[in-house]
Structures are given as structure tokens and as C-alpha cells.
Design a protein. Structure first.
Length: 668
């Protein structure tokens, strides 16, 4: 390791906590079981396992905010809003997850009705319509005090355009209740659409105390002489400091998945594939995302656990199909997989830690894709006999033996993951046949060939650090801040000076927050009469209309040349490289792998029977450490990586490229 310490990324998953440390040409990895009770403990254990005592930068991806939303275990939160709009958070958009499921379940709001309070005031599009009533404000503050809450969200009508009333409410709450966290919608999300703005602000308040407490523990655990404070991955794909992450809690709800997408973009670019779909299959879930032109696609339309979070986020779609997803039979006699997961404790039946439910990992073990007796994370050993008993128990009522149950479980999981990949490609106007698939996570490379065939994709990339690629993405991520300013009006009628003034204000804030940031402008646009907008690059305002038309046609299949275009808001992305200097070793090392050594003429380490679609085939087993640049292999085969396993199905060929990525291609 270098004198100043390595760049370190630590990613906490549902089952394992992964670490990657980069220093010059050297890459060190570690994988230890996650510690759900306190994720910071798993972070510390991963550093001990890797022998890392200091670092030049350490970035952390976690699921604390995500889990708090999923499990509804955030802070006790109050909401203060405009009189007459107390139930806005509950009414929402009246959308239904199932179009024809009229009484379908609706997620509980984060703030119950008895904790929603109002103030008499009213702002309109052009400014104040009714002044803020001081008596109603005092009553609201006292009601919040009596409610004994940990956080308060403030969202007033048109507060995004005219924030003075919100700011007055915020000052009163912060003065009277200094120990209570206060989130203002004009600070969290200065954007049109009162429900989404209210929901995002409420989520920010709901998560802030829990996330702040966790990050405080993390900072204490990782306090080292001379080592900088840890950084935290945001949903946007960039990292920020502990304090900023705690203050902007809603911006971290997709912290975990974002690191994997950043890592996938780096390794794919190093192998010459700028357009890819990332496929991260972990122990609890699978995350997929599009990467265009070497950059992760982002969105402001995320919905997490039924809560809209309209902050910039990597365009990740998550499904509950992972290695730990439990196989079960429904009352109708159909084999199902997930959403319940065995997690890290007790884990799959094969772990021998008390779990009795069969999982996708158990199925892969029984089908020969994983080796009986394989050690995971240095603490777990797979036991094929336990997996077989668990699978047989689920299959017996269905008339299936253990192997048939395993094949069914893998097929069901693959179908769910293929659906997710179509959601982030076909549904976004992208043809998956024109993309490569980057497979990573502990289980991704075992399922990649089957998914690529299902989507008619011809190329699969399996990075050398694929089992810990999310941690690699964290180690390589830039510091990032996102800024937004409302700017309503017709594009053709807006004075160009207003654009410059708006962007100038955002750029001034960015330069005050970051040291010499790289700035990138964008604007939210829509055709007049539309309810939702698209974000397009705004480098040259005169070409905005053309860029919007092109993006609208790609996304929705049409454009309206004669329809006026409305501007909704302007955005600014500010980034700073964590370490501007390229690591020794050049681009290959920057992608997370030291330059791959030439092929050494290594031979397979063995052979075992693997089941492909019901047929047992003899598959050669390769040790990834014995392969080098230019090594070639053909399916059926199994390549065993330090933290994962890759399965080459019959009809697939593979070759190692110079950056250490195993490039799989379907035989013509």
C-alpha cells in the first residue's frame, strides 16, 4: 500500500460487507458477513480482514436509510403544512400499483394524521396571497413540542417559489426545539408538485435522526490518526461528507446500489463498452441500471417503499431476487421465489447456521454451479446435503424432486431479473440487444448467460473484482453535489439573462461548497400541458429545444415540433474527483484491476457435473487466479473468482482482456 494509504470502498449488502482498497497497481479485497444490527461493525471488520489501518480516502455505501423506509423504522416525525392541506401526504396521487386492484394495499404515510399540523398562510405562483398568521404558527410549534417528535418536515404551498413563509416556520421550530431536526421543502426539493415535494421532505426528516446517529457511530469507529473522515455514497452516484449526508438524508436512500453502477461504468469503459446494462445480484436483491456513454443514467422519479423521493438518483431498478431469496410454494401450487430473504443470519440452508428454508444459493449449489464445501467470507462453508434436504422439502408437495425444485427456483428468479432488465431498457426506449451486460455481485455471474440469452444480448462482462464491484465503485466515486432552482416559463419567451442568472446563483453556491468543482448544467423541460418533465443537458440554451425533442422521441417514441416547450427548473451538477491523480498503473488500475498479466497457459483446476436446463454436463472448472490476458475458454465451464463464481453456459466463449475483465460472447 502507498505511504498515504489506499483509496478504500466499503459496501454493506444484505448478506455480505465488501471492501476494495486501491493503491497504485495493487488491489486488495475482503468480504465478511454483514452485521444488520449495526452496519458500522461490519465496516470495521472488513478493514481488519483486509489489513487496512489507514487510507487516503474511504467511501461507504450503506442501506441504513433504505431499510428505515422499508421497515418503517425512521424517527417519530411531524409535518407542518398550509391550513386545509393536512391530508395531502395521505391523499397523494391516488395511484394504484395494480390498475384493476381497487382496494389494493396503500403504504402507510410516514407521518400519521395526529402528527400533521397546519399554519394559516397562503402563497400563490406570483407571491403572497395571505400573510403567515403568527398565532397559528405559535400553536403549531406548541403542538409539535407536545407531540414529542424527533423531526419535523415543513412543506407549504408554493414554498419552492416563495420560501419566506417556510423559512419563518423553520426559524420558529429550530429556535423553540433545537434538539429536533427540521427539514424545509424549499431546501430539500425546491420543485413544483406539492405531493412529491411534501413526500420527499417528509422522508428527509423521517430518516435524518437515524442516519445521523449511524454516521456518528461510523465516524467514531473509523477514527484513525492522520486518516480523513469517511465519505458516504449518495443516491446520485457521488460521495459526500458525513455531516452533509446526515443533513441530506433523503439523498442517501439508494446509497448501496449506486456504488455498483459507478463501478460497472468504470470497468465497462476500460474494456471498451460505453453502453451497458449493469446487473448486480447480491444476497438479498438484484439491482439493474442503464449506463449510457460511460455514465450512469440518473432519474428524479425514484419511489422507495412507496415513498416518492424526487432527488437525483442513479436510475436503479431493484427486485427481491437474490442469492438468499427463499423458494416456496404458494396456495395454488406454484413455485415462487422471494420477496422474503434468508439474509446473512441464518442465511441459506447450505450455510448450516440454522436456516431451513431453501434459497437460490441452495439451488445453485445443488445444480453444481457452486462447489460443495466452498468457503464464503472466511466464515461460512456450503453444505450440499443441507441444500438438498431443504429443496426436497419444498418440492415434495408439488411433486418435484430436489433437482427439479432447484431448476424451478433458478428459472423463477431469472424471470424476475429479466423483467427488471426490460424495465430499465425496453421501457426506457433502449434496445438491450445493443448493450453488453455487466454481471457482478456475489451471484450475478452465475445467472448472466441465461439472462443475456433471454434478452438476446450477445456480450457479458464479468469484472475481476465482480464479487465486490460495488465497493470498487465507492473507491472510485467522485464527490458530488446537486443544485436546483425553479424557473417556470415558456422556453421561447424566457430571457437568456434569466438562465444565466439562475445558473450563476447555483454555480456560486457550488464553488462555496466544493473546491474547484467541475460544473454541468441541465434543465427540466416539458411540452405545454404535460404533467411531467424530462431533464436534458443545458450547455447551449439555444439548442435546448432540439435536445429536448430528441430525448422525448427516444423515451416516448414521438415529438411535437409545433408545441411550445415549458421550462420547469434548472439544475447544476458539481463534482470533484476524490483523488485527481490517476493511480500508478494507468487506466486498467483506475478501473479497479492491476494490468492483467499475459496468459500463462494454465490448465483447468478440475471438472464437475453442472446441470443446464435439466441436462447434467461435464464442465471444466477454472481458477481465475491462474488465468491471464488472452486466456480463452468455452462453455460449459465454471470460473471461480475469489468472491464469486462465473458460469459459462454451453454456446458461450470467454476471453480475458487487458483490464482483467472476462468478456463472454455468444457463439454464432
Amino acid at each position: 500500500m502507498s505511504a498515504n494509504g489506499p483509496r478504500v470502498g466499503v459496501d454493506v449488502g444484505g448478506t455480505f460487507t465488501d471492501l476494495v482498497a486501491l493503491a497504485g497497481d495493487e488491489i486488495v479485497t475482503a468480504k465478511v458477513p454483514s452485521t444488520p444490527a449495526d452496519q458500522s461493525e461490519g465496516v470495521e471488520r472488513s478493514l481488519e480482514a483486509a489489513g487496512v489501518e489507514a487510507w487516503s480516502a474511504l467511501a461507504h455505501g450503506m442501506t441504513v436509510a433504505t431499510n428505515a423506509l422499508l421497515e418503517r423504522r425512521g424517527a417519530r416525525t411531524a409535518l407542518v403544512t398550509t391550513a386545509g392541506f393536512r391530508d395531502l401526504l395521505e391523499i397523494g396521487r391516488q395511484n394504484r400499483a395494480g390498475l384493476y386492484d381497487l382496494p389494493g394495499p396503500v403504504p402507510d404515510p410516514l407521518v400519521p394524521r395526529e402528527l400533521r399540523f397546519t399554519v394559516a398562510e397562503r402563497m400563490g405562483p406570483d407571491g403572497e396571497l395571505e400573510p403567515l398568521d403568527e398565532e397559528s404558527l405559535r400553536s403549531a410549534v406548541e403542538a409539535v413540542r407536545a407531540a414529542d417528535v424527533e423531526a419535523v418536515a415543513v412543506c407549504l404551498l408554493f414554498g419552492f417559489l416563495h420560501p419566506s413563509h417556510e423559512q419563518a416556520v423553520g426559524r420558529a421550530l429550530r429556535s423553540a426545539l433545537p434538539e429536533v431536526h427540521v427539514s424545509l421543502s424549499s431546501e430539500v426539493l425546491p420543485q413544483v408538485r406539492e405531493f412529491e415535494r411534501c413526500a420527499t421532505t417528509t422522508a428527509d426528516a423521517y430518516l435524518a435522526p437515524r442516519l445521523g446517529a449511524y454516521l456518528g457511530r461510523l465516524g467514531e469507529r473509523l477514527r484513525r490518526p492522520g486518516a480523513p473522515e469517511p465519505l458516504v455514497m449518495q443516491s446520485s452516484g457521488g460521495v459526500t461528507g458525513l455531516g452533509d449526508a446526515a443533513r441530506r438524508a433523503a439523498g442517501c436512500v439508494l446509497s448501496g446500489p449506486a456504488g455498483g453502477v459507478v463501478g460497472a461504468a468504470h470497468v465497462a469503459a476500460a474494456s471498451g463498452f460505453p453502453d451497458v446494462l449493469s446487473f448486480d445480484m447480491g444476497g438479498t436483491s438484484t439491482d439493474v441500471a442503464p449506463i449510457l456513454g460511460g455514465e450512469a443514467a440518473t432519474t428524479t422519479e425514484s419511489v422507495v417503499a412507496g415513498v416518492p423521493v424526487k432527488l437525483p438518483a442513479v436510475d436503479v431498478h431493484t427486485v427481491s431476487a437474490g442469492g438468499g431469496s427463499i423458494a416456496w410454494a404458494d396456495p395454488g401450487g406454484a413455485l415462487r421465489v422471494g420477496p422474503r430473504s434468508a439474509g446473512a443470519d441464518p442465511g441459506p440452508a447450505a450455510y448450516g447456521r440454522g436456516g431451513e428454508d431453501p434459497t437460490v444459493t441452495d439451488a445453485n449449489l445443488l445444480l453444481g454451479r457452486l462447489e460443495d464445501g466452498l468457503e464464503l467470507g472466511g466464515e461460512l462453508t456450503l453444505d450440499r446435503s443441507r441444500a438438498e434436504r431443504a429443496l426436497a422439502g419444498v418440492g415434495e408437495p408439488l411433486g418435484l424432486d430436489a433437482v427439479e425444485t432447484a431448476l424451478g427456483a433458478v428459472s423463477v428468479a431469472n424471470a424476475e431479473m429479466a423483467r427488471a432488465l426490460r424495465t430499465i431498457s425496453v421501457a426506457r426506449g433502449l434496445d438491450p440487444r445493443e448493450f453488453a451486460l455487466v454481471a457482478f455481485g456475489g451471484a450475478g455471474a452465475m445467472h448472466a448467460c441465461a439472462l443475456a440469452e433471454e434478452l438476446e444480448m450477445k456480450t457479458v462482462l464479468v469484472p475481476r473484482a465482480g464479487g465486490v464491484l460495488s465497493a470498487l465503485g465507492l473507491a472510485l466515486a467522485d464527490t458530488r453535489r446537486d443544485y436546483e432552482h425553479p424557473l417556470p416559463g415558456l422556453l421561447g419567451e424566457l430571457d437568456p439573462g434569466r438562465f444565466e442568472d439562475a445558473f450563476g446563483e447555483l454555480e456560486q453556491a457550488a464553488r462555496a461548497d466544493l473546491d474547484s468543482p467541475e460544473l454541468r448544467r441541465a434543465a427540466d423541460l416539458r411540452y405545454r400541458g404535460q404533467s411531467f418533465e424530462l431533464t436534458v443537458a443545458a450547455g447551449d440554451p439555444e439548442r435546448l429545444a432540439a435536445r429536448f425533442g430528441t430525448e422525448h422521441e427516444r423515451r416516448y417514441g414521438y415529438r411535437m415540433e409545433d408545441e411550445p416547450i415549458e421550462v420547469v427548473s434548472v439544475r447544476l451538477r458539481a463534482t470533484v474527483a476524490v483523488d485527481p491523480a490517476e493511480p500508478a498503473g494507468g487506466p486498467a488500475t483506475a478501473a479497479g484491476d492491476s494490468p492483467e498479466r499475459p496468459a500463462g497457459g494454465g490448465a483447468p483446476s478440475g471438472e464437475r457435473r453442472v446441470n443446464f436446463d435439466g441436462d447434467w454436463r461435464a464442465a471444466r472448472v477454472w481458477n481465475r487466479a491462474e488465468l491471464g490476458h488472452g486466456s480463452t475458454l468455452s462453455g460449459p465451464a465454471v470460473v471461480e473468482f475469489p468472491e464469486s463464481t462465473c458460469v459459462l453456459a454451453p454456446g458461450w466463449d470467454g476471453e480475458l482482456d487487458a483490464s482483467g475483465t472476462l468478456v463472454l460472447v455468444r457463439a454464432s
